[in-house]
Unconditional design. Structure first.
Length: 138
């Protein structure tokens, strides 16, 4: 299990790392407005494919407890817009590492609301990541 999660985590890190770099490159070439338009069209097309696949598999909307997904999607959209604006103004070497600290918010909410436990080593890691974010933003 640990090897599997490490490999999956590494793949995500690589994909998101390339994503952040390519967004910075694109924004520097076409501007934030055009970048937002292109990314929205691309996400829209991929979403049509994903929706078609899920509907074909018989997966349907279950609305009773879907509000966290809807709200999370709205927060993700707002964060993405702010991310594009930050990339337009600041170096990728600052924006990416600083915004990569967002899981710390999820961890704190998981502890406070879901009553999840945090191992001491993980707590130290999060504190060090926050300290790194502080140093990057100076």
């Amino acid at each position: 299990m640990k090897t599997e999660i490490a490999a999956l985590g590494l793949a995500i890190i690589i994909f998101w790392g390339i994503w952040g770099f390519l967004y910075k490159l694109g924004i520097s070439k076409i501007g934030v407005g055009s970048a937002l338009l292109w990314s929205s069209v691309t996400y829209g097309l991929t979403n049509v494919i994903i929706i078609s696949f899920l509907l074909h598999r018989g997966i349907s909307f279950s609305g009773a407890d879907s509000w966290p997904i809807v709200a999370g999607s709205l927060f993700a959209t707002a964060g993405s817009l702010l991310f594009l604006l930050a990339l337009q103004k600041y170096p990728v070497s600052i924006v990416l590492p600083l915004t990569a600290l967002y899981p710390a918010v999820s961890v704190v909410l998981g502890i406070l609301i879901l009553r999840e436990e945090l191992k001491p080593a993980s707590a130290v890691g999060i504190l060090l990541a926050i300290a790194a974010g502080y140093l990057l933003s100076r």
